[in-house]
Design a protein around this ligand. Structure first.
Ligand code: KIV
Ligand code: NA
Length: 270
């Protein structure tokens, strides 16, 4: 089969609404991508890998090397979903030319179909530069984790009229610049509803609203594998509990020599 494409995602929204909500999750590894692929329209290689797999405090230290390595693994583990790779902090903000250099490297080294970058009005020129040169861009507005030092934390956005006006203006700028879709993260529900109604391209919510054109979650969050979860996460399964219990059983069997048994050992025939 053929992979989902950026134009196909964009075309899912006609006359202000999607045919069916768009399904998106994150993956950082080949095996996770294999497990998600059949169920997802889009898989995001998020810079959330900084916290989730590297144990960092924020996404600020995430490097282009990390995004390229994990992006390539996820592309190798998938065949149907469209793969989007996050541009890490410091790799695109300086100029459209810097962004093109970083994005083209990500696309060459991973084989992904699009990149995602954070920001609104300030990034409009960059988004237009990339999209007019062959690189589909997904926007990201509202709670933008790479701006944590400006925002002063990870609280939901849009708590007053000026924050609301800024989010709506950011989303409009991203759409006008040519993004094929955008993520709305951590925004008050009424604002998310306005975003979904206002934007001509699909708005993918996370901590936003059920009325968004699609939803995304960090896979480790929804599987109960990451301890620091936000209010907007629904834990669908507690994999951490299952892993702990399997490891506890293994440790006990090693200590009492009940593992390995003849099933797991090689013995000469005679
Ligand atoms: O990095 C990430 O996982 C993301 C999603 C939460 C949208 O940007
Ligand atoms: Na991200």
């Amino acid at each position: 089969g053929k992979r989902v494409t950026a134009p196909a995602i964009q075309a899912r929204k006609q006359d202000g609404k999607v045919d069916e909500p768009i399904v998106m999750l994150t993956a950082y590894t080949m095996r996770m991508a294999q497990l998600l692929d059949a169920h997802c329209d889009m898989i995001l290689v998020g810079d959330s890998l900084g916290q989730v797999i590297y144990g960092l405090d924020s996404t600020i230290p995430v490097s282009l090397d990390m995004m390229c390595n994990h992006g390539a693994a996820v592309v190798r583990g998938s065949w149907h979903a469209m793969i989007i790779v996050d541009m890490p902090f410091g790799s695109y903000e300086q100029s459209p030319a810097q962004a093109f250099e970083s994005a083209s490297r990500i696309m060459k080294e991973t084989g992904c179909a699009a990149v995602k970058l954070e920001g609104g009005e300030a990034m409009a020129e960059t988004i237009a530069f990339l999209t007019s040169r062959g690189i589909p861009v997904m926007g990201h507005v509202g709670l933008t984790p790479q701006a944590v030092n400006m925002l002063g934390g990870y609280r939901a956005r849009g708590r007053d009229d000026s924050e609301e006006a800024k989010i709506l203006a950011d989303a409009k700028a991203v759409c006008d610049a040519g993004a094929f879709s955008l993520v709305a993260e951590g925004v008050m529900e009424p604002i998310a509803d306005k975003l979904a109604a206002q934007c001509p391209v699909p708005v993918i919510g996370i901590g936003a609203s059920k009325n968004c054109d699609g939803q995304v979650l960090v896979t480790e969050d929804m599987l109960g594998l990451f301890e620091r979860t936000a209010r907007f996460v629904k834990v669908y399964h507690n994999l951490a509990e299952q892993i702990s219990s399997a490891v506890e059983t293994y440790a006990g069997e090693v200590k009492d020599r009940s593992f390995p048994t003849s099933d797991q050992t090689y013995r000469p025939k005679k």
